[in-house]
Design a protein around this ligand. Structure first.
Ligand SMILES: C[S@@+](CC[C@H](N)C(=O)[O-])C[C@H]1O[C@@H](n2cnc3c(N)ncnc32)[C@H](O)[C@@H]1O
Length: 498
Protein backbone atom coordinates (compact mmCIF):
# COMPACT_ATOMS: atom_id res chain seq x y z
CA UNK A 1 0.00 0.00 0.00
CA UNK A 2 1.33 3.46 -0.84
CA UNK A 3 1.53 6.38 1.61
CA UNK A 4 -2.06 7.44 0.80
CA UNK A 5 -3.63 4.06 1.82
CA UNK A 6 -5.78 4.16 -1.33
CA UNK A 7 -7.05 7.73 -0.74
CA UNK A 8 -7.19 9.66 -4.05
CA UNK A 9 -4.09 11.85 -3.81
CA UNK A 10 -3.30 12.47 -7.50
CA UNK A 11 -4.73 16.00 -7.39
CA UNK A 12 -5.35 18.69 -4.78
CA UNK A 13 -8.70 19.25 -3.13
CA UNK A 14 -11.13 22.15 -3.64
CA UNK A 15 -11.17 25.27 -1.41
CA UNK A 16 -14.47 24.71 0.39
CA UNK A 17 -15.65 26.66 3.44
CA UNK A 18 -18.33 25.33 5.80
CA UNK A 19 -20.15 27.56 8.30
CA UNK A 20 -20.93 24.62 10.62
CA UNK A 21 -17.24 24.37 11.55
CA UNK A 22 -17.22 27.76 13.33
CA UNK A 23 -16.79 27.39 17.12
CA UNK A 24 -19.86 29.54 17.80
CA UNK A 25 -22.00 27.34 15.51
CA UNK A 26 -20.67 24.17 17.18
CA UNK A 27 -21.39 25.60 20.64
CA UNK A 28 -24.94 26.49 19.66
CA UNK A 29 -25.58 23.04 18.14
CA UNK A 30 -24.48 21.39 21.39
CA UNK A 31 -26.40 23.85 23.57
CA UNK A 32 -29.64 23.00 21.76
CA UNK A 33 -29.15 19.51 23.18
CA UNK A 34 -28.30 20.81 26.65
CA UNK A 35 -24.47 20.47 26.52
CA UNK A 36 -22.41 23.22 28.16
CA UNK A 37 -20.01 24.43 25.43
CA UNK A 38 -16.26 24.06 26.01
CA UNK A 39 -15.97 27.88 26.04
CA UNK A 40 -17.88 29.55 28.87
CA UNK A 41 -18.32 32.73 26.80
CA UNK A 42 -17.60 34.14 23.35
CA UNK A 43 -14.05 35.52 23.30
CA UNK A 44 -12.55 32.90 25.63
CA UNK A 45 -9.24 31.37 24.46
CA UNK A 46 -9.40 27.87 22.92
CA UNK A 47 -7.58 25.27 20.82
CA UNK A 48 -9.05 23.96 17.60
CA UNK A 49 -7.79 21.03 15.52
CA UNK A 50 -8.86 20.17 11.98
CA UNK A 51 -8.14 16.62 10.80
CA UNK A 52 -7.77 16.54 7.00
CA UNK A 53 -7.63 20.32 6.59
CA UNK A 54 -7.33 20.12 2.78
CA UNK A 55 -6.30 23.42 1.14
CA UNK A 56 -6.60 25.23 4.49
CA UNK A 57 -8.84 28.11 3.40
CA UNK A 58 -11.64 27.32 5.85
CA UNK A 59 -9.25 27.04 8.78
CA UNK A 60 -7.45 30.29 7.83
CA UNK A 61 -10.78 32.16 7.74
CA UNK A 62 -11.64 30.83 11.20
CA UNK A 63 -8.21 31.81 12.53
CA UNK A 64 -8.82 35.33 11.19
CA UNK A 65 -12.31 35.54 12.71
CA UNK A 66 -11.23 34.13 16.12
CA UNK A 67 -7.92 35.75 17.11
CA UNK A 68 -8.28 34.25 20.61
CA UNK A 69 -8.16 30.68 19.18
CA UNK A 70 -5.12 28.56 18.34
CA UNK A 71 -5.75 26.57 15.16
CA UNK A 72 -3.94 23.48 13.88
CA UNK A 73 -4.55 21.74 10.55
CA UNK A 74 -3.38 18.18 9.84
CA UNK A 75 -3.19 16.65 6.39
CA UNK A 76 -0.94 14.01 4.83
CA UNK A 77 -1.00 15.53 1.33
CA UNK A 78 2.14 17.73 1.04
CA UNK A 79 0.60 19.91 -1.71
CA UNK A 80 -2.20 20.79 0.72
CA UNK A 81 0.20 21.70 3.50
CA UNK A 82 2.39 23.89 1.26
CA UNK A 83 -0.71 25.70 0.01
CA UNK A 84 -2.18 26.13 3.50
CA UNK A 85 1.06 27.46 5.03
CA UNK A 86 1.60 29.96 2.20
CA UNK A 87 -1.99 31.14 2.51
CA UNK A 88 -1.70 31.64 6.28
CA UNK A 89 1.51 33.60 5.70
CA UNK A 90 -0.03 35.73 2.93
CA UNK A 91 -2.94 36.55 5.22
CA UNK A 92 -0.58 37.47 8.06
CA UNK A 93 -2.06 34.94 10.51
CA UNK A 94 0.02 33.99 13.52
CA UNK A 95 -2.51 31.81 15.42
CA UNK A 96 -2.49 28.91 12.96
CA UNK A 97 -0.14 26.11 11.95
CA UNK A 98 -0.32 23.20 9.53
CA UNK A 99 1.36 19.85 9.99
CA UNK A 100 2.00 17.25 7.29
CA UNK A 101 1.10 13.99 9.01
CA UNK A 102 -0.86 10.77 8.62
CA UNK A 103 -3.76 9.92 11.00
CA UNK A 104 -2.38 6.41 11.33
CA UNK A 105 1.05 7.45 12.56
CA UNK A 106 -0.33 10.31 14.70
CA UNK A 107 -2.76 7.94 16.44
CA UNK A 108 0.21 5.75 17.37
CA UNK A 109 2.41 8.69 18.36
CA UNK A 110 0.93 12.23 18.45
CA UNK A 111 4.44 13.68 18.81
CA UNK A 112 4.24 17.43 19.41
CA UNK A 113 0.48 17.64 18.96
CA UNK A 114 -0.85 18.95 22.26
CA UNK A 115 -3.88 17.28 23.74
CA UNK A 116 -6.73 19.26 25.33
CA UNK A 117 -8.37 20.84 22.33
CA UNK A 118 -11.82 22.31 22.88
CA UNK A 119 -12.78 21.48 19.28
CA UNK A 120 -11.71 18.78 16.82
CA UNK A 121 -13.31 18.70 13.38
CA UNK A 122 -13.14 16.35 10.39
CA UNK A 123 -15.26 17.48 7.46
CA UNK A 124 -15.90 15.09 4.57
CA UNK A 125 -13.33 12.46 5.53
CA UNK A 126 -14.72 9.58 7.61
CA UNK A 127 -16.47 7.79 4.72
CA UNK A 128 -13.74 8.35 2.14
CA UNK A 129 -10.95 6.52 3.99
CA UNK A 130 -10.49 2.82 4.70
CA UNK A 131 -11.69 1.40 8.01
CA UNK A 132 -8.27 1.16 9.73
CA UNK A 133 -7.54 4.80 8.82
CA UNK A 134 -11.00 5.82 9.98
CA UNK A 135 -10.38 4.06 13.31
CA UNK A 136 -7.06 5.89 13.66
CA UNK A 137 -8.76 9.21 12.86
CA UNK A 138 -11.47 8.68 15.48
CA UNK A 139 -8.88 7.51 18.04
CA UNK A 140 -6.83 10.65 17.32
CA UNK A 141 -9.89 12.91 17.54
CA UNK A 142 -10.75 11.45 20.92
CA UNK A 143 -7.19 11.65 22.25
CA UNK A 144 -6.85 15.30 21.19
CA UNK A 145 -10.11 16.40 22.79
CA UNK A 146 -10.38 17.71 26.33
CA UNK A 147 -13.21 16.16 28.37
CA UNK A 148 -16.37 18.06 27.46
CA UNK A 149 -14.86 19.09 24.11
CA UNK A 150 -16.74 18.80 20.82
CA UNK A 151 -15.89 16.59 17.85
CA UNK A 152 -17.55 17.44 14.53
CA UNK A 153 -17.60 14.68 11.93
CA UNK A 154 -19.45 14.89 8.62
CA UNK A 155 -19.97 11.88 6.39
CA UNK A 156 -21.98 10.24 3.61
CA UNK A 157 -24.84 8.09 4.80
CA UNK A 158 -27.14 5.31 3.73
CA UNK A 159 -29.83 5.01 2.62
CA UNK A 160 -29.32 8.24 0.60
CA UNK A 161 -26.22 6.91 -1.19
CA UNK A 162 -27.56 3.41 -1.90
CA UNK A 163 -28.37 4.21 -5.53
CA UNK A 164 -24.81 5.47 -6.12
CA UNK A 165 -23.03 2.36 -4.82
CA UNK A 166 -23.45 0.44 -8.09
CA UNK A 167 -22.01 3.42 -9.99
CA UNK A 168 -19.06 3.75 -7.62
CA UNK A 169 -18.37 0.02 -7.91
CA UNK A 170 -18.38 0.07 -11.72
CA UNK A 171 -16.40 3.34 -11.82
CA UNK A 172 -13.64 1.76 -9.73
CA UNK A 173 -13.53 -1.34 -12.00
CA UNK A 174 -13.46 0.93 -15.04
CA UNK A 175 -10.69 3.07 -13.50
CA UNK A 176 -8.57 0.01 -12.77
CA UNK A 177 -9.00 -1.24 -16.34
CA UNK A 178 -8.17 2.15 -17.89
CA UNK A 179 -5.20 2.66 -15.61
CA UNK A 180 -4.43 6.06 -14.08
CA UNK A 181 -3.84 7.77 -17.46
CA UNK A 182 -7.38 9.13 -17.76
CA UNK A 183 -9.41 8.46 -14.61
CA UNK A 184 -12.07 11.04 -15.52
CA UNK A 185 -12.80 9.17 -18.77
CA UNK A 186 -13.14 5.92 -16.84
CA UNK A 187 -15.96 7.56 -14.85
CA UNK A 188 -17.83 8.64 -17.98
CA UNK A 189 -17.48 5.15 -19.46
CA UNK A 190 -18.85 3.61 -16.27
CA UNK A 191 -21.81 6.03 -16.27
CA UNK A 192 -22.61 5.23 -19.93
CA UNK A 193 -22.25 1.50 -19.35
CA UNK A 194 -24.48 1.52 -16.25
CA UNK A 195 -27.10 3.70 -18.00
CA UNK A 196 -27.31 1.10 -20.76
CA UNK A 197 -28.20 -1.47 -18.06
CA UNK A 198 -31.26 0.52 -16.94
CA UNK A 199 -33.30 -0.20 -20.07
CA UNK A 200 -35.64 2.50 -21.34
CA UNK A 201 -38.06 4.62 -19.30
CA UNK A 202 -40.91 2.61 -20.88
CA UNK A 203 -39.25 -0.77 -20.45
CA UNK A 204 -37.00 -0.47 -17.36
CA UNK A 205 -34.60 -3.24 -16.35
CA UNK A 206 -34.72 -5.02 -12.98
CA UNK A 207 -31.92 -2.69 -11.76
CA UNK A 208 -33.87 0.44 -12.78
CA UNK A 209 -36.98 -0.85 -11.05
CA UNK A 210 -35.08 -1.66 -7.85
CA UNK A 211 -33.14 1.66 -7.84
CA UNK A 212 -35.34 4.33 -9.42
CA UNK A 213 -33.01 7.14 -8.25
CA UNK A 214 -30.06 5.72 -10.19
CA UNK A 215 -31.17 7.03 -13.61
CA UNK A 216 -31.28 10.63 -12.36
CA UNK A 217 -27.91 10.34 -10.63
CA UNK A 218 -26.25 8.87 -13.76
CA UNK A 219 -27.77 11.58 -15.96
CA UNK A 220 -25.92 14.19 -13.86
CA UNK A 221 -22.47 12.57 -14.23
CA UNK A 222 -21.52 14.01 -17.69
CA UNK A 223 -22.13 17.57 -16.39
CA UNK A 224 -20.30 17.11 -13.12
CA UNK A 225 -16.86 18.54 -12.57
CA UNK A 226 -14.21 15.85 -13.24
CA UNK A 227 -12.22 16.90 -10.15
CA UNK A 228 -15.33 16.52 -7.96
CA UNK A 229 -16.09 13.05 -9.38
CA UNK A 230 -12.56 11.86 -8.67
CA UNK A 231 -12.51 13.29 -5.15
CA UNK A 232 -15.94 11.83 -4.42
CA UNK A 233 -15.69 8.34 -5.88
CA UNK A 234 -12.04 7.45 -6.56
CA UNK A 235 -11.09 6.48 -3.01
CA UNK A 236 -10.45 2.87 -2.03
CA UNK A 237 -12.20 3.62 1.27
CA UNK A 238 -15.38 5.12 -0.28
CA UNK A 239 -18.06 3.68 1.95
CA UNK A 240 -21.17 5.55 3.07
CA UNK A 241 -22.38 4.33 6.47
CA UNK A 242 -25.66 3.93 8.28
CA UNK A 243 -25.74 6.38 11.16
CA UNK A 244 -25.65 3.66 13.83
CA UNK A 245 -22.44 2.23 12.33
CA UNK A 246 -20.53 5.49 12.64
CA UNK A 247 -21.99 6.22 16.07
CA UNK A 248 -20.83 2.80 17.30
CA UNK A 249 -17.33 3.35 15.95
CA UNK A 250 -17.19 6.75 17.66
CA UNK A 251 -18.52 5.29 20.92
CA UNK A 252 -15.66 2.77 20.85
CA UNK A 253 -13.35 5.81 21.10
CA UNK A 254 -15.33 7.46 23.95
CA UNK A 255 -17.04 9.86 21.54
CA UNK A 256 -20.75 10.05 22.30
CA UNK A 257 -23.27 11.40 19.80
CA UNK A 258 -24.71 14.69 20.99
CA UNK A 259 -26.39 16.72 18.25
CA UNK A 260 -26.41 17.68 14.60
CA UNK A 261 -24.63 20.75 13.30
CA UNK A 262 -27.33 20.74 10.59
CA UNK A 263 -29.52 22.66 13.02
CA UNK A 264 -33.06 21.64 11.89
CA UNK A 265 -32.17 17.96 12.42
CA UNK A 266 -32.17 18.59 16.18
CA UNK A 267 -35.94 19.16 16.07
CA UNK A 268 -37.64 15.86 15.25
CA UNK A 269 -41.07 17.49 15.31
CA UNK A 270 -40.04 19.03 11.96
CA UNK A 271 -40.15 15.58 10.34
CA UNK A 272 -42.89 15.11 7.71
CA UNK A 273 -46.25 14.15 9.23
CA UNK A 274 -46.37 10.78 7.46
CA UNK A 275 -43.25 9.47 9.27
CA UNK A 276 -43.09 11.60 12.43
CA UNK A 277 -45.26 9.39 14.70
CA UNK A 278 -43.22 6.26 13.89
CA UNK A 279 -39.91 8.00 14.58
CA UNK A 280 -41.09 9.74 17.76
CA UNK A 281 -42.61 6.52 19.09
CA UNK A 282 -39.13 4.99 19.30
CA UNK A 283 -37.82 5.62 22.81
CA UNK A 284 -34.17 4.61 22.25
CA UNK A 285 -32.38 7.80 21.08
CA UNK A 286 -29.84 5.88 18.96
CA UNK A 287 -32.47 3.83 17.19
CA UNK A 288 -34.52 6.99 16.68
CA UNK A 289 -31.60 8.49 14.72
CA UNK A 290 -31.61 5.38 12.49
CA UNK A 291 -35.36 5.60 11.91
CA UNK A 292 -35.06 9.30 11.14
CA UNK A 293 -32.36 8.70 8.49
CA UNK A 294 -34.30 5.85 6.91
CA UNK A 295 -37.49 7.92 6.82
CA UNK A 296 -35.89 10.90 5.07
CA UNK A 297 -33.44 8.90 2.90
CA UNK A 298 -30.56 10.75 4.58
CA UNK A 299 -27.43 11.12 2.43
CA UNK A 300 -25.14 13.35 4.52
CA UNK A 301 -24.76 14.07 8.22
CA UNK A 302 -22.87 16.69 10.16
CA UNK A 303 -22.71 15.07 13.59
CA UNK A 304 -21.41 16.43 16.84
CA UNK A 305 -19.88 14.11 19.43
CA UNK A 306 -18.66 14.79 22.95
CA UNK A 307 -15.95 13.22 25.00
CA UNK A 308 -17.95 13.44 28.19
CA UNK A 309 -21.30 15.23 28.34
CA UNK A 310 -21.35 18.45 30.39
CA UNK A 311 -25.08 18.66 30.92
CA UNK A 312 -26.55 22.05 31.82
CA UNK A 313 -29.12 22.84 34.41
CA UNK A 314 -32.09 24.78 33.10
CA UNK A 315 -30.71 28.06 34.44
CA UNK A 316 -27.20 27.40 33.05
CA UNK A 317 -28.77 26.65 29.68
CA UNK A 318 -30.84 29.84 29.73
CA UNK A 319 -27.82 31.85 30.77
CA UNK A 320 -25.38 30.51 28.14
CA UNK A 321 -27.92 30.28 25.32
CA UNK A 322 -29.24 33.68 26.36
CA UNK A 323 -25.79 35.26 25.93
CA UNK A 324 -25.55 34.31 22.22
CA UNK A 325 -25.86 37.39 20.04
CA UNK A 326 -27.83 37.13 16.82
CA UNK A 327 -27.79 39.36 13.80
CA UNK A 328 -30.31 39.62 10.99
CA UNK A 329 -28.55 39.25 7.63
CA UNK A 330 -31.50 39.87 5.31
CA UNK A 331 -34.35 42.39 5.08
CA UNK A 332 -36.90 41.39 7.79
CA UNK A 333 -40.43 40.04 7.61
CA UNK A 334 -41.23 37.80 4.66
CA UNK A 335 -44.74 36.95 3.45
CA UNK A 336 -44.11 33.25 3.95
CA UNK A 337 -41.38 31.24 5.67
CA UNK A 338 -40.41 28.02 3.90
CA UNK A 339 -37.16 26.22 4.67
CA UNK A 340 -35.40 23.57 2.62
CA UNK A 341 -34.13 20.94 5.06
CA UNK A 342 -33.00 17.31 4.92
CA UNK A 343 -36.47 16.51 6.33
CA UNK A 344 -38.04 18.12 3.22
CA UNK A 345 -39.62 21.58 2.99
CA UNK A 346 -40.66 22.97 6.36
CA UNK A 347 -43.15 25.85 6.67
CA UNK A 348 -43.13 28.18 9.66
CA UNK A 349 -46.05 30.15 11.10
CA UNK A 350 -45.25 33.51 9.40
CA UNK A 351 -46.39 35.73 12.32
CA UNK A 352 -43.91 34.14 14.73
CA UNK A 353 -40.97 34.34 12.31
CA UNK A 354 -41.84 37.95 11.47
CA UNK A 355 -42.06 38.75 15.18
CA UNK A 356 -38.54 37.38 15.73
CA UNK A 357 -37.06 39.09 12.68
CA UNK A 358 -38.70 42.41 13.52
CA UNK A 359 -37.19 42.18 16.98
CA UNK A 360 -33.74 41.84 15.36
CA UNK A 361 -34.34 44.47 12.68
CA UNK A 362 -32.84 47.28 14.76
CA UNK A 363 -29.49 45.53 15.18
CA UNK A 364 -27.92 42.50 16.88
CA UNK A 365 -29.63 41.29 20.06
CA UNK A 366 -28.99 38.46 22.44
CA UNK A 367 -31.07 35.29 22.52
CA UNK A 368 -32.21 36.37 26.01
CA UNK A 369 -33.44 39.74 24.72
CA UNK A 370 -35.32 38.11 21.85
CA UNK A 371 -36.84 35.66 24.32
CA UNK A 372 -38.01 38.51 26.55
CA UNK A 373 -39.36 40.65 23.72
CA UNK A 374 -41.22 37.92 21.87
CA UNK A 375 -42.39 36.03 24.99
CA UNK A 376 -42.07 32.80 23.00
CA UNK A 377 -41.34 29.56 24.90
CA UNK A 378 -37.57 28.88 24.90
CA UNK A 379 -37.82 25.62 22.91
CA UNK A 380 -40.04 27.28 20.29
CA UNK A 381 -37.66 30.23 19.92
CA UNK A 382 -34.65 27.88 19.66
CA UNK A 383 -36.37 26.08 16.78
CA UNK A 384 -37.29 29.32 14.98
CA UNK A 385 -33.75 30.64 15.33
CA UNK A 386 -32.28 27.30 14.19
CA UNK A 387 -34.34 27.45 10.98
CA UNK A 388 -33.48 31.11 10.35
CA UNK A 389 -29.77 30.38 10.90
CA UNK A 390 -30.03 27.32 8.63
CA UNK A 391 -31.60 29.46 5.89
CA UNK A 392 -28.83 32.06 6.25
CA UNK A 393 -31.28 34.79 7.30
CA UNK A 394 -29.53 35.12 10.66
CA UNK A 395 -25.92 34.97 11.75
CA UNK A 396 -24.29 34.48 15.14
CA UNK A 397 -22.71 37.79 16.10
CA UNK A 398 -19.22 37.93 17.62
CA UNK A 399 -19.96 41.47 18.95
CA UNK A 400 -17.19 42.86 21.14
CA UNK A 401 -14.96 39.81 20.57
CA UNK A 402 -14.62 40.61 16.87
CA UNK A 403 -11.38 42.19 15.75
CA UNK A 404 -12.52 44.31 12.81
CA UNK A 405 -9.16 45.86 11.89
CA UNK A 406 -7.43 42.52 11.67
CA UNK A 407 -10.30 40.96 9.68
CA UNK A 408 -10.27 43.88 7.20
CA UNK A 409 -6.53 43.50 6.75
CA UNK A 410 -7.00 39.76 6.04
CA UNK A 411 -9.85 40.55 3.64
CA UNK A 412 -7.68 42.99 1.66
CA UNK A 413 -5.14 40.20 1.11
CA UNK A 414 -7.93 37.77 0.21
CA UNK A 415 -9.41 40.24 -2.29
CA UNK A 416 -6.06 40.53 -4.01
CA UNK A 417 -5.73 36.74 -4.17
CA UNK A 418 -9.30 36.33 -5.51
CA UNK A 419 -8.65 38.97 -8.20
CA UNK A 420 -5.46 37.18 -9.18
CA UNK A 421 -7.53 34.09 -9.96
CA UNK A 422 -7.25 32.04 -6.73
CA UNK A 423 -10.45 30.00 -6.13
CA UNK A 424 -11.19 31.56 -2.72
CA UNK A 425 -14.86 32.47 -2.75
CA UNK A 426 -15.11 33.76 0.86
CA UNK A 427 -14.14 36.69 3.07
CA UNK A 428 -13.79 36.87 6.86
CA UNK A 429 -16.94 38.17 8.56
CA UNK A 430 -15.84 39.31 12.02
CA UNK A 431 -19.33 40.21 13.25
CA UNK A 432 -20.75 36.94 12.03
CA UNK A 433 -19.30 33.70 13.39
CA UNK A 434 -16.87 33.10 10.53
CA UNK A 435 -17.02 34.03 6.88
CA UNK A 436 -19.36 35.01 4.06
CA UNK A 437 -19.34 33.96 0.40
CA UNK A 438 -17.73 36.55 -1.88
CA UNK A 439 -17.25 35.87 -5.60
CA UNK A 440 -14.58 36.87 -8.11
CA UNK A 441 -17.19 39.06 -9.84
CA UNK A 442 -17.83 40.92 -6.56
CA UNK A 443 -14.08 41.34 -6.00
CA UNK A 444 -13.71 42.87 -9.49
CA UNK A 445 -16.67 45.20 -8.92
CA UNK A 446 -15.21 46.37 -5.62
CA UNK A 447 -11.93 47.04 -7.40
CA UNK A 448 -13.82 49.07 -10.03
CA UNK A 449 -15.54 51.14 -7.34
CA UNK A 450 -12.19 51.85 -5.73
CA UNK A 451 -11.14 53.27 -9.11
CA UNK A 452 -14.21 55.57 -8.83
CA UNK A 453 -16.11 53.79 -11.60
CA UNK A 454 -19.91 53.59 -11.64
CA UNK A 455 -22.82 52.74 -13.96
CA UNK A 456 -21.79 51.64 -17.46
CA UNK A 457 -18.08 52.19 -16.71
CA UNK A 458 -18.26 49.77 -13.79
CA UNK A 459 -20.00 47.17 -15.96
CA UNK A 460 -17.34 47.62 -18.66
CA UNK A 461 -14.56 47.28 -16.08
CA UNK A 462 -16.06 43.98 -14.94
CA UNK A 463 -16.33 42.63 -18.50
CA UNK A 464 -12.76 43.74 -19.36
CA UNK A 465 -11.21 42.23 -16.22
CA UNK A 466 -13.03 38.93 -16.72
CA UNK A 467 -11.93 38.84 -20.37
CA UNK A 468 -8.31 39.44 -19.34
CA UNK A 469 -8.66 36.34 -17.12
CA UNK A 470 -10.09 34.30 -20.00
CA UNK A 471 -13.57 34.33 -18.44
CA UNK A 472 -16.90 35.96 -19.19
CA UNK A 473 -20.29 36.60 -17.64
CA UNK A 474 -23.08 34.22 -18.63
CA UNK A 475 -25.73 36.97 -18.83
CA UNK A 476 -25.98 40.77 -18.69
CA UNK A 477 -23.64 42.77 -16.41
CA UNK A 478 -26.34 45.22 -15.20
CA UNK A 479 -28.27 42.83 -12.86
CA UNK A 480 -24.98 41.50 -11.48
CA UNK A 481 -23.87 45.03 -10.62
CA UNK A 482 -27.20 45.91 -8.99
CA UNK A 483 -27.16 42.71 -6.92
CA UNK A 484 -23.70 43.64 -5.64
CA UNK A 485 -24.70 47.26 -4.86
CA UNK A 486 -27.70 45.95 -2.93
CA UNK A 487 -25.56 43.52 -0.95
CA UNK A 488 -22.71 45.93 -0.23
CA UNK A 489 -24.26 47.80 2.76
CA UNK A 490 -24.93 44.47 4.48
CA UNK A 491 -21.32 43.42 3.99
CA UNK A 492 -20.22 46.77 5.44
CA UNK A 493 -22.49 46.34 8.45
CA UNK A 494 -20.93 42.92 9.00
CA UNK A 495 -17.45 44.45 9.01
CA UNK A 496 -16.49 42.46 5.89
CA UNK A 497 -15.89 45.57 3.77
CA UNK A 498 -14.80 49.02 4.96
C1 LIG B 1 -12.38 15.14 1.27
S1 LIG B 1 -10.99 16.04 1.76
C2 LIG B 1 -11.68 17.23 2.84
C3 LIG B 1 -10.79 18.41 3.03
C4 LIG B 1 -11.38 19.51 3.88
N1 LIG B 1 -11.73 19.02 5.20
C5 LIG B 1 -12.57 20.11 3.18
O1 LIG B 1 -13.69 19.78 3.50
O2 LIG B 1 -12.34 20.94 2.28
C6 LIG B 1 -10.16 14.90 2.86
C7 LIG B 1 -8.80 15.38 3.32
O3 LIG B 1 -8.25 14.41 4.20
C8 LIG B 1 -6.88 14.21 3.91
N2 LIG B 1 -6.53 12.84 4.32
C9 LIG B 1 -7.03 11.68 3.85
N3 LIG B 1 -6.48 10.62 4.46
C10 LIG B 1 -5.60 11.12 5.37
C11 LIG B 1 -4.72 10.52 6.33
N4 LIG B 1 -4.61 9.19 6.44
N5 LIG B 1 -3.98 11.33 7.11
C12 LIG B 1 -4.07 12.69 6.99
N6 LIG B 1 -4.87 13.31 6.09
C13 LIG B 1 -5.64 12.54 5.29
C14 LIG B 1 -6.80 14.41 2.39
O4 LIG B 1 -5.51 14.76 1.94
C15 LIG B 1 -7.82 15.53 2.16
O5 LIG B 1 -7.25 16.79 2.23
Amino acid sequence: MSWDHGYFSASSYTCGVYRELAPAWLDLSGLIKGHQPPRSHEGEAFRYLELGSGMGLGLCLLAAAYPEGQFTGIDFQPDHIVHSRRLAQQLGLSNISFQEADFLSLAADPGELTAAHQYVVAHGIATWITEPIQRAMLQLASAMLQPGGLFYCSYNTFPGWLAATSFQHLAELSRRRQGEANPAQAFQLAAASLTSLLGSEENPSALALAQPALRRRLAQIPDQNAAYLLQEYANAGWQPLYVAELHQRCAAQKLRFLASATLPENFLDLLPGNVRPAVLAETDPGLRQSLQDLAVNQSFRRDLFVRGVASSTDSQLRQRLGSIQLRLLEAPALETYRFETSFGQVSGVPERYRQVETCLAGGPRSFAQVLEDTELPLAELAKILALLLHAGRLGIDRCSSADFDRARHVNEQLLELIRSGRPYAHLVAPASAGSVPFSLVEALLLDGQRRHLAGGDLEQHLQDELKAMGRSLKGDAAPVVSAFLERQPRLQALGVLP
